[in-house]
Design a binder for this molecule. Structure first.
Ligand code: HEC
Length: 161
């Protein structure tokens, strides 16, 4: 009896199609990348004005932001991810995301946990966004005054530089 149940189960498994890389996804796609960018928070910082409004402007989506994040590390600006993608092929982009280490408040450690299929989708989505445009302002060293608007982060335990 027990033996026949196992055989039936094994036969059913053999009939299953290949499982998708992530839930509800048949493989990397622009559409999935669009969802990933929203749900994992990339637009919040990398798309100018998005955090304030929740409105995604296709002209500026992931093209970087001029609002600085000032803290013990200086003042950083969310990079233009269109340029980051344009300078790399898909595999190089995945490798970059996997090994990325930046100053705050970029949550690079969260990015390391992103499934590869989602990184590939993100790449396809970013490349679909159009002209890369200009880089975000360069980071300003600690102690120097930024020339742009900025948000102050002043947690006492954050690392410098
Ligand atoms: C809280 C704001 C914030 C969020 C959320 C955020 N980023 Fe960033 N990101 C930044 C800032 C600021 C920098 C620049 C850090 C620096 O200069 O050291 C950055 C840098 C980066 C870089 C490095 C750019 C380069 O030149 O190589 C990549 C790649 C990146 N972010 C991807 C992402 C992705 C993908 C997401 C979504 C999963 C995301 N970021 C979410 C703020 C953010």
């Amino acid at each position: 009896m027990r033996h026949s149940i196992i055989v039936t189960f094994a036969a059913a498994c053999a009939a299953l199609p290949t499982l998708p890389a992530s839930a509800g996804d048949a493989g990397p796609s622009v559409e999935r990348g669009h969802t990933v960018a929203i749900v994992s928070g990339c637009h919040d910082c990398h798309s100018a004005g998005y955090m304030e409004s929740g409105a995604l402007d296709p002209a500026t989506a992931l093209a970087g932001a001029g609002l600085g994040f000032r803290g013990p590390w200086g003042t950083t600006y969310a990079s233009n991810l269109r340029l980051v993608a344009a300078e790399r092929d898909e595999s190089e982009f995945v490798e970059h995301l996997r090994t990325l280490k930046t100053r705050p408040p970029m949550p690079y450690f969260n990015l390391h946990a992103m499934p590869e299929a989602d990184m590939r989708s993100l790449y396809l989505y970013i490349r679909s966004l159009g002209e890369p445009g200009e880089p975000a302002p360069a980071a300003v060293p600690p102690g120097e005054e930024p020339t742009t608007p900025y948000i102050v982060f002043a947690p006492p335990t954050m690392p410098a530089g």
